[in-house]
Every structure is written in structure tokens, then in C-alpha cells.
Design a binder for this molecule. Sequence first.
Ligand code: ATP
Ligand code: MG
Length: 230
Amino acid sequence: DIQMQGGKVEFKNVSFSYDPARPILEDISFTAQPGQRVALVGETGGGKSTTLKLLYRFYDATEGSISIDGQDIRDVTLTSLRDNLGAVPQDPSVFDQTLMENMLYARPGASEEEAVEACKAARIHQQIIKFPDGYRTRLGERGVRLSGGELQRLAIARVILRRPKIVVLDEATSAVDSETESLIQHAIGALSAGRTVFMVAHRLSTVVKADLILVVDQGRVVERGSHREL
Ligand code: ATP
Ligand code: MG
């Protein structure tokens, strides 16, 4: 199993291709120190999501290595790796169950109070208590449909409840109003506390707060630095 410490993540000369004839990532190297926020930005198709998928081991690097707290991720069990990574996908899905059940699924054994605390931190609680059934509101096919911004905050709340050391967030591109934008930024702030965070960032507000920005273009990191440096 993986021995997590602070959550330092290191990509060393990582190359990857889905199809050997077409390289997708070429010689990607960077280090995320424990607790840092790393933003990946760049043109569509540049390889941002693919880079994050390698960390999750949806695929393995063709060359080079990825390590967490000094351990090569190929040397630890997939379960222990993924238990320590929280993902907030671009289009989070929900189960055909109540809101509370959707939350508790994130960490079996968590109490309802802890789930509510996570929802407050993720700035979704106020929305939830406006529903007549509150946390007993049914989601999914036959239930209430949440908006994209709400879904993303619910996904953030689940990850907060789960408490992984490392978080991967694929930010939704969809335009949101400024109030939702601000709620999402606060949710990301709560999510980031004490964790190493990787974000595919589309919003300037997200990028400004990153410790390290990686500009990924055609499978390479073409620029890196803080917002001030770039
Ligand atoms: P976007 O900003 O649009 O999300 P991205 O930077 O996340 O783009 P990736 O999704 O990582 O880009 O894709 C990088 C390249 O890999 C693209 O050329 C894409 O077509 C290709 N690609 C992505 N997924 C697969 C796959 N499963 N099989 C083959 N090629 C893929
Ligand atoms: Mg992507």
C-alpha cells in the first residue's frame, strides 16, 4: 500500500501515447510540493486531462515515472492509490438516491453531521436546505436535477468528506454567473486546504491562486511558474 505523507507528487520525464504512432505527452516533468495547488492550462487537446489520468493510473506512462511521496505509483496497489486521490470530474454524476445517501457513499462510516459540514464547506448547504425535503431530496433520473455548478460543488463536498491527501479537479468550462463562480471558488478553497491539488483551470480566478501553473501545449509543458511570473 501507498505510504502517504504530505502528498508530494513528482512527474519525471513522463511520455505517453494512446497509440504508439501518435505521441500525446512528451517528456513532462514537474514537482508539486505537499499542499501546493497546481493549475494546468492550455489549448484544447493539449494533454491536460491525460496528464491527470496518468496520476490516477487510468493509463500508465509509456516512459518516465510518477511518484507520490517518493513511491512510484506503479509499485503500490491501485486501491490504496485511488483511496488517497479525490477526483472532481468535469461532469460529476449522482446516484438515484437521496442527497444524503449520495454524500455518505463518499466515505462509508461518516456521520450525517460530517456530511453536512462538508456541504457547508463546499458552499452547497444553503442550496440543499432550500429544497422542501432538504438532504432527503432524491437525485438522479426521477429526482431533482442539479445545475452544473451545484453538481460540481456536491462533488467537491464528497471529496472534502472523503479527506484524501491529493485532489484532482477537472474544472467545468460552462459559463456560470458571478455568484456561482464565487461559490465555486470558495468551495475549491475549502477543498484545497491541507491538500495537494491539481486543477485543469479555465477560470482566471482559479489560476491566480495556483502556486504553480503549467502551460501544456501539444503534450509538452511549454511554460511554468506562478501567475506573477508568467
Ligand atoms: P481539453 O482542454 O479539450 O479538455 P486536454 O488538454 O484535456 O483538452 P486531452 O483530453 O488530454 O486534452 O487529450 C490530449 C490528446 O489525446 C488529444 O489529441 C485527444 O484527442 C487524445 N485523446 C484523449 N483521450 C484519448 C483516448 N482515450 N484515446 C485516444 N486518444 C485520446
Ligand atoms: Mg481535458
